[in-house]
Ligand binder design. Structure first.
Ligand code: FNR
Length: 394
């Protein structure tokens, strides 16, 4: 595929062009109209971070603070992106890269490319369309969404708007009967995997959210649970716990979950290889290396720095996914080179959502997908299996 103008991504032809990525296509020219600036004078975003300032302008100040903040001094937030920038690539040249195959299979589900949407709570703070708009954007861009249990739309309604069956993220509730019913609701709706968030027994230091006095809109998946009424993720005074998170969860809890659900369970929020080992022993089907978008415990390492240690320990026994700080197609390539089976993005698609609802979500995914395909081709890798450690300049 030859793409002669970067504006192709934002033109109506973007999706058609991208769906042809795995196979060779005729050279393609793009009309100059694709580069035209928008009516408000601002240029069309051409990379993920272009969406960030546009989203800030569109969202309410409270919505913006909630979506963009990191924990405490935001050191890990910075590290998450910087760590990718420090990793250098080792390309191979004169490889026939006219055909690329970016497909992967996870838990029996085929994905056209290894990029999923991470669970992000309360998306109506970013856009009135909230999670429904994200589900539609994910469908348009042919990706899979992981729905947060703290969504502002019920899991059944989101499922109905999705194309590729989404995955469900679970925050364990103190009321285990309620948690069990929630998991069973997700399973009977048709969700394909369950991501149990393991790094969030309580909310960490969130100064920016506290200053902005963030209030989450209603969380319909928790409806009927008495603790959910007016619950806040930011308790006051000396209290550090919140009624809508269970601080007693242990690896044993995963064994309990396995007793009533057939869905693959992924442990989301592992950084330490010792925990990866325990996750496998407890019967998880996959591991997500994540530091919760650097929103909970500050000064933990960048996830890409933890990834290699985890994938070495896991040694292929279960799929390993990673999120945090992925902003470029080369970041996706680096994560796969260090052993990840797939990656997830959080804030970038929320920026797209904030700017243009479902269209913005799809644009963000398409840009990253295309950059990833370019990174594969320019390092001489034509299949996912051929992306290994030798892609990294070490
Ligand atoms: C999150 N994340 C998150 N994780 C989770 O397991 N359940 C959740 O409800 C949320 N909610 C949430 C809200 C917001 C506003 C953000 C930014 C993040 C974490 C998310 O799934 C993912 O780990 C990170 O967002 C990945 O980092 P990047 O891509 O945002 O840098």
């Amino acid at each position: 595929m030859v793409i002669t103008r970067r504006g192709v991504l934002v033109s109506g032809g973007a999706i058609a062009a991208l769906s042809a990525l795995p196979v060779a296509a005729e050279p393609q020219t793009v009309s100059p109209a694709a580069d035209v600036a928008k009516s408000d004078g601002s240029a069309e975003p051409v990379c993920l971070t272009d969406f960030e300032p546009l989203a800030k302008k569109k969202m309410t100040p409270m919505g913006w603070e909630y979506m963009s903040a990191g924990a405490a001094d935001e050191i890990s937030l910075r590290w998450n992106t910087e760590a990718y920038q420090r990793i250098r690539l080792r390309p191979r040249v004169l490889v026939d890269v006219s055909r690329l195959d970016t497909r992967i299979t996870l838990f029996g589900q085929e994905h056209a490319f290894p990029i999923l949407l991470a669970p992000v709570a309360s998306q109506k703070l970013a856009h009135p369309g909230g999670e429904l708009a994200t589900a539609r954007g994910a469908a348009a861009a042919d990706t899979t969404m992981v729905l947060s249990s703290f969504s502002n739309t019920s899991l059944e309604d989101v499922f109905a708007a999705a194309k590729s069956p989404p995955w469900f993220q679970l925050y364990m509730q103190r009321d285990r009967g309620f948690t069990r019913e929630l998991v069973q609701r997700a399973e009977s709706a048709g969700y394909r995997a369950l991501c149990l968030t393991v790094d969030f027994p309580l909310s960490g230091v969130r100064n920016r959210e506290a200053r902005a006095n963030v209030k989450l809109p209603p969380l319909p998946n928790l409806q009927g649970m008495k603790e959910s009424k007016g619950a806040s993720l930011l308790p006051s005074g000396l209290d550090i716990y919140t009624p809508i998170l269970d601080p007693t969860v242990t690896w044993k809890t995963i064994e309990w979950m396995r007793s009533f659900t057939k869905l693959p369970i992924l442990a989301k929020g592992v950084l330490n290889p010792d925990d990866a080992e325990l996750a496998i022993k407890a019967g998880t089907s996959g591991i997500m290396v994540s530091n919760h978008g650097a929103r909970n415990l500050d000064t933990v390492p960048a996830t890409i720095d933890a990834l290699a240690l985890v994938t070495e320990r896991v040694a292929g026994r279960v799929p390993v996914l990673v999120d945090g700080g992925i902003r470029r197609g080369t970041d996706v390539l680096k994560a796969l080179a260090l052993g990840a089976n797939a990656v997830l993005i959080g804030r970038p698609y929320v920026w797209g959502l904030g700017v243009e609802g479902d269209t913005g979500v799809a644009k963000v995914v398409n840009i990253l997908r295309r950059e990833f395909a370019m990174a594969m081709a320019l390092t001489g890798r034509t299949t996912i299996a051929s992306i290994d450690r030798t892609v990294i300049w070490s």
